[in-house]
Design a protein around this ligand. Structure first.
Ligand code: PLP
Length: 396
């Protein structure tokens, strides 16, 4: 009996991708082992985060890093760090400090998305810049430096940038403008690895803080993430995240993060709800290291699953399976299932979800009569289960 049996919850086959509502990807064995070991002993969280920081820094090229509660939690803390810095009085006034002082974060209009609420949580207000021309497929001009410059003012605490394959403007340009005005750039790179080079790319291009998910392709704990970047900003994020119910007479700041004296001892920060446990820190770090050492194996597994899935549906009436290789997606191979109609695609999707086992395909193109098979969240051999489900629903 598994825990799901005991709770009476049916497990699902996740061929939809890194969806949080389906539990993200399956944690790798190394992360699971690290969590087991971490759970068996108490530890000073600051020291564990210092160790995590060394690993994250080594692999990203950043000065420092932190394990967070997902990329969303990383973005909340990044905004909080940009607003308060290492000023203890400001930290203690969070998140009101941001609201009362009208703190602003500049963002390109076509980068707005459902996750940017993270910035509101820290007390910042988003100020949009640029037009939707490129996103709409009209116009050839990107958001330009002058436009960004024009909206940066005394209340600007950061510029936010959402990294997306093939979508501008150029990060290095944004960084240059922001730095001319003394404001940091926060990059949401939640889902940008693979490709592996993106692990270092945004820091190399000058980003001050980069947020990544731990529970997507890295296969760490689903609720984990990483924030990496400038040491002083990561330090502020950590101090606003951890338990600070300490005796000021005996407390010393974590020395790898905080390298100058603080103007006081912060109280519990507004980031307390975004805390991470020792198990998540250990699991996320193990997953990161495993991903780096096994990326070629992971890529092979994903490609094999796609090939196996498409082959099992080859020549079937009522559906065409098209492999979209990694070279085309820039990250993961996928399989597009093309049905004769939107209604048929929706019917198959519903039928798979309601079946035993319950199977989820990605519905992002269901409006075009397509369902997408994403291999990243599957277990070994499950591509066969998904293919069998599709065959059954099509009456084969
Ligand atoms: C998934 C995602 C997030 C949230 O990441 P979590 O690790 O689930 O908190 C934020 N931004 C983007 C662009 C994402 O794809």
């Amino acid at each position: 009996m598994t825990i799901y049996d005991r709770l009476g919850v049916r497990p699902v086959v996740n061929a939809a991708g890194t969806l949080t509502r389906l539990g993200g990807t399956l944690m790798c064995a190394e992360a699971l082992q690290a969590m087991h070991e971490a759970a068996r002993s108490a530890v000073v969280i600051d020291e564990l985060q210092e160790a995590a920081s060394r690993v994250i820094a080594r692999h990203t090229g950043a000065e420092a890093g932190l394990v967070t509660s997902g990329a969303f939690g990383a973005l909340v803390l990044a905004a909080g760090a940009s607003i308060a810095g290492l000023d203890v009085r400001r930290m203690n006034r969070m998140p009101h400090y941001g609201y009362e002082n009208g703190c602003e974060i500049v963002i390109c209009r076509h980068h707005r998305n459902s996750y940017d609420k993270a910035f509101d949580v820290a007390g910042a207000r988003l100020v949009e810049v640029g037009l939707l021309d490129r996103a709409l497929g009209v116009g050839v001009r990107e958001v330009e430096p002058e436009e960004i410059e024009a909206v940066i003012g005394p209340r600007t605490v950061a510029v936010a940038y959402v990294a997306m394959e093939g979508v501008g403007p150029d990060l290095a340009m944004v960084v240059q403008v922001a730095h001319q005005h003394g404001v940091p750039v926060i990059v949401d790179a939640a889902n940008q690895v693979p490709p592996m080079e993106n692990l270092r790319r945004f820091i190399a291009e000058g980003a001050d803080l980069v947020a990544m998910s731990g529970g997507k392709a890295f296969r760490g704990p689903q609720s984990s993430g990483f924030l990496c970047g400038r040491r002083d900003l990561v330090a502020s994020a950590l101090l606003q995240q951890v338990d600070m119910d300490v005796a000021p007479a005996s407390w010393t700041p974590p020395k790898e993060f905080v390298q100058k004296p603080l103007n006081g001892v912060p109280r519990h920060g507004f980031g307390r709800g975004f805390k991470v446990g020792k198990e998540e820190i250990a699991g996320a770090v193990a997953a990161l290291e495993t991903f780096i050492s096994k990326e070629t194996d992971y890529q092979k597994q994903w490609a094999d699953r796609c090939r196996g899935f498409a082959a099992a549906l080859a020549g079937l009436a009522g559906v065409e399976a098209i492999i979209v290789p990694r070279e085309t997606t820039g990250r993961l191979p996928l399989v597009e299932l093309v049905f004769p109609s939107v209604a048929k695609a929706a019917e198959v999707s519903r039928g798979l979800r309601d079946g035993v086992p319950s199977i989820h395909l990605n519905e992002r193109r269901v409006g075009e009569g397509r369902l997408t098979f994403n291999p990243v969240g599957l277990d070994d051999g499950q591509e066969e289960v998904v293919a069998a489900g599709v065959r059954r629903l099509l009456g084969h």
